[in-house]
Design a protein around this ligand. Structure first.
Ligand code: BES
Ligand code: MN
Ligand code: ZN
Length: 488
C-alpha cells in the first residue's frame, strides 16, 4: 500500500475518510454524515466505523468516519485507538473496489506521532499474503492501492517514515511465518534475509553445519539431523550505536517445520508447525525495522534454523547430545526440540558477542497456550529491570507479555540420572521447565528474558492491526524496547 502526503485532496477524490474522537463528531461535515452517524450510533469509539455518500461539487463522494476512541485515554490506550482507526479503514476498503483513499486529518486534533499511529494501523491491517491464490473472485482481490494523506499535522511525514520502517519489519515477519515449509526452510530463510537486508547496512553472518560441528553444537545439529534440509545459524548485526558498546542480543527459535521428529506429532493440526519459526521470524523482522530506521544501538539478531523430521538418520528418544556449552542433554522427547536449538544459539551468541543482555523468542511450548491463550506471550526473566522494560514495551505496542516464574524447584525437574539434564520435565509446568532448561545456558548472570510466544504468532481471528493468520508479534515489542530502554 502506497501512502503519500499531499497539500490538497486529489481532484475527483471519490473516497474520503475523517477521524473522530469519542463523543466528538466532526460537526463541520454534511448533514447526511453528521445526522447519519448519530442515527447509526457512531460515537467515535476506537475502531468504530461509519460511512455515507454525499454530493460534493456535483459528484457523489463516499465519506468514511473512523473512531479513535477517547482523546484523554492513557498513552497506551490512545495508541491502540489510533491504530484501530487506521485498521478499520484498511479492513473496510481493502477489497471494496476502491483503489484510492484520501485520509483527511483536518479537525482531528492529532499530532504527528498520532497520525503515524493511524497510518501504521492502516498499513499493517492492509497486509495480505495472496501469492498462492490464483483463482480469487474479483470481490476477494485487494483493490486499495493508494492512501493520500491531507491536512496532516506538522512532522507527520517524518513520523510516518520512521513508523514505516517498523511496518516493513512486521510485514517481513508475517511473510516468513505465513510461507509454508516447502518455501521456507533454513537455506531459504537465510536467502530471504540476504535479499531484504541488502543495502540496509546490516551485516549477515551464516554458519553452516561444518562450522557448527566444529563449534560443538551437538544439540542444534541433533535436531536437524533427520532432515534433508541442512541447518543454519544466522546472525544479523546492526551496529548503529557507539563503536565498542556491547550489543544487545535477540535470539530466535527457527524450526522451519516441526513434525516432532521420532516423537512424532499427531497429524491433525501438524500444519501449524510451519510457523514454529515465529521466534526467528520476529527477530529477523525486528532487525529489519531497526536497520531501516537506523536505530542508534548495537543489536545482534541470532536465529537457529533447523527442520525437525523423522528419518533413518533422525535422533532417537534417549539419545544423549553434547551442547556447545559442554553440558550434556538426554533427549527424551525429540519434539522438545526448540530448547535444543536455542541452547546452542544462546551459547554461541554469548561467546561470540558478549552481549549486555539477551532476549530470546520462541514458539516453545503448547503449554504456554494453555496458560495464557492468545492474549499474552509468556515471559521468563532472571532480571527484574529487563522484565519491566519488556512488559512496558509490550503494553505500548499491543504485543502483550505476562511474567511467569522461575525457580530452583522447577529447575530440579529436568535433572537426568544419566547426563547433565533431560530435555523434558513432567507434564506439569511445561513452559517453566522449558525456560529453566534455557536458563542453564545463560552465562555469568547476563540479564536474560525468554519469551514463549507459541500462542501469539498465528491468529484465528483478526486483531488490533492484523487479519487472521500471521500477526508479526514481537517485532514492535523489540523495536519499542530498543527505543525506550536503549534510547536507540
Ligand atoms: N513447537 C512446539 C510447541 C508448540 C505447540 C507451539 C503448539 C505452538 C503450538 C514445541 O516444539 C513442542 O513440540 N513442544 C512440546 C514440548 C513437550 C514435548 C515437552 C509441547 O509443547 O507439547
Ligand atoms: Mn516440537
Ligand atoms: Zn517446536
Amino acid at each position: 500500500m502506497q501512502i503519500n502526503f499531499s497539500d490538497t485532496a486529489p481532484a475527483k477524490a471519490r473516497l474520503i475518510a475523517y477521524l473522530a474522537n469519542k463523543d466528538d463528531l466532526p460537526a463541520r461535515l454534511e448533514r447526511p454524515i453528521v445526522d447519519g452517524a448519530a442515527a447509526a450510533r457512531f460515537k467515535g469509539n476506537a475502531g468504530q466505523f461509519f460511512e455515507s455518500f454525499v454530493e460534493r461539487d456535483g459528484q457523489v463522494v463516499r465519506v468514511a468516519l473512523a473512531g479513535m476512541g477517547d482523546a484523554n485515554a492513557t498513552a497506551d490506550k490512545r495508541a491502540e485507538g489510533l491504530e484501530k482507526a487506521g485498521a478499520a479503514l484498511a479492513a473496510k476498503y481493502l477489497t471494496s473496489g476502491e483503489t484510492d483513499l484520501v485520509l483527511d486529518f483536518a479537525g482531528s486534533g492529532v499530532d504527528a506521532a498520532d497520525a503515524a499511529a493511524v497510518l501504521l494501523g492502516l498499513r499493517l491491517r492492509g497486509w495480505r499474503h495472496d501469492e498462492y491464490r490464483t483463482r480469487m473472485k474479483d470481490e476477494q482481490k485487494r483493490t486499495l492501492a493508494t492512501v493520500t494523506v491531507i491536512s496532516a499535522p506538522d512532522g507527520a511525514a517524518q513520523a510516518w517514515a520512521d513508523a514505516a520502517a517498523v511496518a516493513e519489519g512486521v510485514e517481513f515477519t508475517r511473510e516468513l511465518v505465513a510461507e509454508p515449509a516447502n518455501k521456507i526452510y533454513p537455506l531459504s530463510f537465510v536467502e530471504r534475509c540476504e535479499e531484504r537486508f541488502a543495502g540496509t547496512g546490516a551485516e549477515l553472518m551464516v554458519l553452516d553445519e561444518a562450522a557448527m560441528e566444529k563449534l560443538g553444537m551437538g544439540a542444534l545439529l541433533g535436531v536437524g539431523q533427520g532432515s534433508e534440509q541442512p541447518s543454519r545459524l544466522l546472525a544479523i548485526k546492526w551496529l548503529g550505536g557507539n563503536a565498542g558498546d556491547p550489543p544487545v542480543a535477540f535470539v530466535g527459535k527457527g524450526v522451519t517445520f516441526d513434525t516432532g521428529g521420532i516423537s512424532l506429532k499427531p497429524g491433525a493440526g501438524m500444519w501449524d508447525m510451519k510457523w514454529d519459526m515465529g521466534g526467528a521470524g520476529a527477530v529477523a523482522g525486528a532487525m529489519l525495522a531497526l536497520a531501516k530506521r537506523k536505530a542508534r544501538a548495537n543489536i545482534i539478531g541470532v536465529v537457529g534454523l533447523v527442520e525437525n523430521m523423522p528419518d533413518g538418520k533422525a535422533q532417537r528418544p534417549g539419545d544423549i547430545v553434547t551442547s556447545m556449552s559442554g553440558q550434556t542433554i538426554e533427549v527424551l522427547n525429540t519434539d522438545a526440540e526448540g530448547r535444543l536449538v536455542l541452547c546452542d544459539a544462546l551459547t554461541w551468541t554469548q561467546r561470540e558477542f558478549s552481549p549486555s543482555l539477551i532476549v530470546d523468542l520462541a514458539t516453545l511450548t503448547g503449554a504456554m497456550i494453555i496458560s495464557l491463550g492468545h492474549e499474552h506471550g509468556g515471559m521468563f526473566a532472571n532480571d527484574d529491570d529487563l522484565a519491566d522494560d519488556l512488559l512496558e514495551a509490550g503494553k505500548g505496542v499491543g504485543d502483550k507479555l505476562w511474567r511467569m516464574p522461575l525457580g530452583a524447584a522447577y529447575d530440579k525437574l529436568i535433572d537426568s540420572p544419566i547426563s547433565d539434564m533431560k530435555n523434558i520435565g513432567p507434564r506439569e509446568a511445561g513452559s517453566i521447565t522449558a525456560a529453566q532448561f534455557l536458563k542453564r545456558f545463560i552465562e555469568n548472570g547476563t540479564p536474560w528474558a525468554h519469551l514463549d510466544i507459541a500462542g501469539m504468532v498465528w491468529a484465528d481471528k483478526p486483531g488490533r492491526t492484523w487479519d487472521k493468520g500471521a500477526t508479526g508479534y514481537g517485532v514492535r515489542l523489540l523495536d519499542r524496547f530498543v527505543r525506550n530502554a536503549l534510547k536507540g
